[in-house]
Design a protein around this ligand. Sequence first.
Ligand code: SF4
Length: 172
Amino acid sequence: MPIKVSELEMFSPPCDPGSPVWGARVTTDADLEPIMPYVNAVKKNALYDGRIPTVVWREGPHKYALRGRVITINNLKDRKHAERVAQRVVDELNELWERREEIEPDHTTRLPPKLLDILKLLPRTNCRKCGQASCMAFAARLVEGEGGVEDCPPLLEKGNEVALAKLREMGL
Ligand code: SF4
C-alpha cells in the first residue's frame, strides 16, 4: 500500500461475447489481502471469504471483487469508463487504508447466497435473454460471482422491483 493500477484488461461476459457491456480486470502493484477485512467492515452487504481470501461488494451499478492483486469490476461501457471507475475504487481503497486505525476490521466470512434462494427471485421464464440456457444456469453463475443481476433484462422491468432489491441486498 498505497495501491496503484499496473494493468487494466477489458473482457466481455463469457456467455455474451458481443455484449455492449464490459468487465474490467484491474491488476494492481500490491497484494489486496490486508485491506479486505476493512472493506468487509465498511461495505454494506459485502461477501467476504477469508479462506481464499476474497471480498465482493456491489455499489451503484457496479460489482467489485478483490482477489490477490486483482480488482474485477462489472457493468462498464468502454475502456475510458473502466479507467475512471478503476481509479475511483483504487483511490477509495487507499483512503480506507489510511483510515484503518479508526476501523475495526471484520474477519467474518459471509458466503454467497444459495443457488435456490437466488432462483426463487428470478423470473423463471428460461427466456435466455441473459445468454444462459435457463434461469438455473444464470443463478449458478451468480453464485460463482460471475456477472450480476443486471444481466437479466426481465428482472429490470417494472413489477420486479422487490425481487431485484432482495437480490441486490444479497450483494449480487
Ligand atoms: S434473462 Fe432472466 S428470466 Fe431469462 S433466462 Fe436469464 S435469468 Fe431467466
